[in-house]
Design a binder for this molecule. Structure first.
Ligand code: ZN
Ligand code: ZN
Length: 358
């Protein structure tokens, strides 16, 4: 049994003798398995339950787990029930944030006599602090991401559309070592820049635009996250002021990151600064989030988060200012919380990049 699986068993909520894992990221974290199906974890048995399509893959990816083949995805629960009965298990923890109501009803119907309890996000808690291998994957993903940013700055010119920029980034990261893009790429130009999560559209970028690109590479399942806003040609004094404000807010927030810091306090450092220089209410989202196998993990930086930073957590720090009609600026780095502060994992400049128009 691997150490992550052991750690899960050591932290099972009261009364639970086993866990059924349905969340794909939790399956990957605990068992190394990236296919469909479920994991059954108890002191007596660690099993992948899946159908014909994934048997070979499960045997390769999940050493230490017994692979049990079902005749079809609908019989997973029948097979899992047989294993639980064999092990004498009656109390089983399931992922309350993953298992749907329909899945829950199917579990109850297929497993008479089994009592289900919430797993209380134990896998997600284990995933908060990254180990060396996870950090190495994230460093690699962030390195590719920063190189992609350099590349795209040379690609952007007046007339290319947001969608072309997004597609070019996607292609570049895939051709340069990433499994895939880490999440759907955001490109927001000119007036679209005030939409923090804009979908790249047909708008052609033009001189005087601020262009925000928010994207990342995924390596071995680990997801980088980076945002930069660049200027196409010369921009207005107001646009420049927004940029300088966000840059300073980000710098201050990074300086506040250290083990023991409360997530809402780090958020407040950036937010208070943005509010104080005259953009109160224009930074309408949280300061950041943990990253890993999922692009958004716990803890989060926002105004209410009681999360406490620990060395080994990987987070983003991404303040922004959004002004309808003027545009928006966001600067986002991925970071690693270290013993005495943080290490920025995004090796890219935060000085304003101005792309020449001529
Ligand atoms: Zn992002
Ligand atoms: Zn982010």
């Amino acid at each position: 049994m691997n150490t992550r699986t052991k750690a899960l068993l050591n932290r099972l909520p009261g009364g639970a003798q086993a866990a059924l894992i349905h969340n794909p990221s939790n399956m990957r974290y605990l068992g190394g398995y990236t296919g469909e199906g479920l994991l059954l974890i108890s002191p007596a048995i660690c099993a992948v339950v899946t159908d014909f399509r994934y048997i070979e893959q499960a045997n390769m990816e999940a050493p230490g787990y017994a692979v049990h083949q079902t005749s079809s995805p609908t019989t997973h629960n029948v097979v899992a029930f047989g294993l639980l009965k064999e092990a004498g298990v009656t109390n089983v923890a399931i992922e309350e944030d993953t298992v749907t109501h329909a899945q829950y009803k199917a579990l109850v119907a297929a497993m008479p006599g089994i009592n289900f309890v919430a797993l209380d996000n134990v896998p997600e808690a284990l995933r908060r602090v990254k180990d060396e291998g996870e950090i190495a994957a994230l460093e690699q993903a962030n390195g590719i991401t920063a190189k992609a940013f350099d590349y795209i700055c040379g690609f952007i010119r007046p007339g290319v559309t947001e969608k072309q920029i997004a597609m070019e980034l996607e292609r570049w990261v895939q051709e340069n070592g990433a499994d895939s893009a880490a999440f759907p790429i955001i490109v927001a130009s000119g007036p679209n820049g005030s939409l923090c999560h804009a979908t790249p559209g047909p708008r052609a970028v033009q001189a005087g635009d601020l262009i925000t690109v928010d994207f990342g590479a995924c390596v071995n399942g680990y997801r980088a996250d980076m945002t930069r806003t660049v200027a196409l040609g010369s921009i207005s004094a107001e646009q420049r002021h927004i940029y300088d404000t966000v840059q300073e807010a980000q710098k201050r927030a990074l300086a506040a990151v250290k083990p023991g810091a409360l997530c809402k306090e780090v958020d407040a450092v950036a937010r208070d600064y943005i509010d104080a220089v005259g953009y109160k209410g224009r930074f309408g989202h949280g300061l950041g989030h943990a990253t890993g196998l999922d692009i958004h993990e716990e803890p989060r930086f926002n105004t209410t988060s009681t999360g406490v930073l620990e060395a080994g957590m990987t987070m983003t720090v991404e303040p922004g200012v959004y002004l309808p009609g003027v545009g928006g600026v966001r600067i986002e780095d991925s970071i690693l919380v270290t013993r005495d502060g943080c290490k920025v994992l995004t090796p890219a400049t935060k000085e304003l990049v101005t792309i020449p128009v001529g």
